[in-house]
Design a protein around this ligand. Structure first.
Ligand code: NAP
Length: 258
């Protein structure tokens, strides 16, 4: 897919991968629209990239999605790419008590959010000559990360959903791409900085991940596996139990305590 002159909506465009996408897509000559919950972060991004269009919107809120759809498609009827990037990741010990109202927040943001956004924007994307949906999953979609059980479930779910979506849209002109991102040094990962993978320097810089994603979109790849994600993909097939044991070491004291 040609990455020039598109109109691209990126959820969670104010930090990490989203912010890198903003920078690169603007450099390539596209119109870029972003969302986020925090208005100050949106204003800061607008200050840094005056061409970017910002909308305060929470992907886990169905009313916000409806409102975002009307506002964006009215102002940008040429919108043809949706990037489901917004996400959250928490350490959760299932041995502790949790409010049920908050426990599944990562499912609401990382899984239900993209599902609702796709359904809302799909009729519009079908009217465009070339269109794409890019869902950002994770190496953790292939390899459960026990210290983040709900996040693991959300990303494995998003991967399954993305595969089904691709099959169901085969007869349309819409490309469905999964970015299977490896661990990266973004704000999402800050609370994991004492964990092994982070200390072992296994993190890939966000600009490299976004560069790989852009290459993948350009060359019409269905799934993009930057850096360590390639290895996780192979290991998840040939040695899944070993992979789980390695992943279980991160945050063991935290999730084992009653
Ligand atoms: N960093 C990694 O190691 C890694 C690895 C694999 C996959 N990923 C995935 O990559 C994506 C981006 O992660 P990142 O590392 O770039 O995270 P990040 O730096 O924390 O940025 C997350 C972005 O999403 C926005 N966001 C969060 N919840 C939202 C919501 N409910 N509605 C709208 N926007 C929301 C945030 O802004 P507000 O807080 O203002 O809403 C922010 O702009 C996520 O889906 C993540 O799961 C990350």
């Amino acid at each position: 897919m040609d990455l020039f002159n598109n109109t691209i909506l990126i959820t969670g465009g104010t930090s990490g991968f989203g912010l890198e996408f903003v920078k690169r897509f603007l450099e390539l000559g596209n119109t870029v629209i972003i969302t986020g919950r925090n208005m100050a972060k949106l204003e800061e991004t607008k200050k840094r990239f005056p061409q970017v269009h910002v909308f305060q919107s929470d992907v886990s809120d169905i009313e916000h999605i409806g409102k975002l759809f009307s506002q964006v498609t009215q102002r940008f009827p040429e919108l043809n790419i949706l990037i489901n990037n917004a996400g959250e990741m928490r350490k959760i010990s299932l041995n502790q008590r949790h409010e049920l109202t908050d426990l599944t927040r990562e499912i609401d943001i990382n899984l239900s959010g993209p599902i609702h956004l796709v359904q809302q924007f799909l009729p519009h994307l079908k009217t465009r000559k070339k269109a794409a949906i890019i869902n950002v999953t994770s190496g953790i979609a292939l390899m459960t990360f026990p210290v983040s059980p709900i996040y693991s479930a959300s990303k494995a779910g998003l991967r399954a959903y993305t595969k089904a979506l691709r099959v169901q849209l085969r007869h349309t002109g819409i490309k469905v791409i999964e970015l299977v991102a490896p661990g990266s040094n973004t704000p999402l990962n800050e609370k994991f900085t004492t964990d092994r993978a982070v200390n072992a320097g296994a993190l890939m810089p966000p600009d490299k991940i976004v560069e790989a994603a852009i290459k993948g979109i350009k060359y019409d790849q269905d799934e993009v596996y930057p850096g360590l994600s390639k290895l996780i993909r192979v290991m998840s097939r040939i040695a899944p139990d070993f992979l789980l044991e390695q992943a279980s070491k991160a945050g063991k004291e935290f999730y084992s305590a009653n």
